[in-house]
Write a protein that binds this ligand. Sequence first.
Ligand SMILES: NC(=O)c1ccc[n+]([C@@H]2O[C@H](COP(=O)([O-])OP(=O)(O)OC[C@H]3O[C@@H](n4cnc5c(N)ncnc54)[C@H](OP(=O)(O)O)[C@@H]3O)[C@@H](O)[C@H]2O)c1
Length: 323
Amino acid sequence: MKAAVTTKAGVPEVIEIKEVSRPEVKPGWVLIKVKAFGLNRSEIFTRRGESPGVEFPRIQGIECVGIIEEDPSGTYIKGQQVAAIMGGMGRFFDGGYAEYALVPFDIIFPFESNLTWDILGAIPEMFQTVSGSLNQALEIESGETLLIRGGTSSIGMLACQLAKTKGLTVISTTRNPDKKQALFENGADHVVIDAGNVKEQVKDIFPNGVNKVLELIGTRTLKDSLKCIAPKGMVCMTGILGNEWTMKEFTPMGDIPSLGRLTIYMGESKNLSKELLQEFIDEVERGTIKLNIDRVFSLDQVAEAHQYMEDNKAKGKIVVEVG
Ligand SMILES: NC(=O)c1ccc[n+]([C@@H]2O[C@H](COP(=O)([O-])OP(=O)(O)OC[C@H]3O[C@@H](n4cnc5c(N)ncnc54)[C@H](OP(=O)(O)O)[C@@H]3O)[C@@H](O)[C@H]2O)c1
């Protein structure tokens, strides 16, 4: 089969298109004929050799969509549409950047849809992250106010749409005033330009602060986000767009307001269910949710797609369609 193999840690060009053996099915695992996959920022860190425990060469890809080729358990018939996410995929065993992927049975989610594969490819990890952050971590409720820090990211755009569907008032941020209109068109009630500190602007809109913050920039803006919350408000750090993993100084009794809450979300396949995924796919099919897909690459172009993601050129999800 054809695969995009990360031959060693390094720049995007270390990802080479190769002919490799198709994986053999084994008990507890399922062989998927891959149709498409979304690219994820964590795959840049893995490619650079910054994901602990990952050895090269490795076929990366923490998610994919496709059809069942072989399921030794007999649960799924050949041709069943499925998604697979996480569980070590593309890190500790070969992942989605290939014509076929062999993955553990328990990270498979069956679904039915008439959507095209490029659209389906954008969904699993993006939806799992947004749904998990908003519902499981932040426990959003109708009537609440939500600040989305990093609002123009694909996660941020989908989070705004899901929060609006649930009846929240949303402030989305961007560093770039040219993207303001796109955030309003995506459903944001307020847009704030983020030059590093937004507390004053948020308090101008909601003097008591916001109930919830989805922090996608990360450690760089976390302290300021904590200053934006109302009493008993909560900040969930899900993203690290600012590229800084560690804070030089953090004083819990000082940086977290009294009674304020700070959590993080690191999604796994167990945070998703086949019912939730199917419901979401149906909403996309009905047109109630509009996915922001920036560009669709082919399997031959994975290195180019990595460079495009690293250069921050995308205004939405990057998808690779296979075959
Ligand atoms: N925790 C989890 O389970 C999980 C799962 C998936 C993804 N994530 C994380 O979620 C975040 C969003 O992912 P994504 O794929 O949706 O991102 P994305 O679409 O690639 O985000 C692009 C946006 O990020 C902003 N940005 C880029 N570099 C920045 C910087 N240095 N400082 C501030 N903003 C910057 C830009 O916004 P402006 O130019 O408009 O300011 C740009 O529009 C990432 O950190 C990703 O790793 C977490």
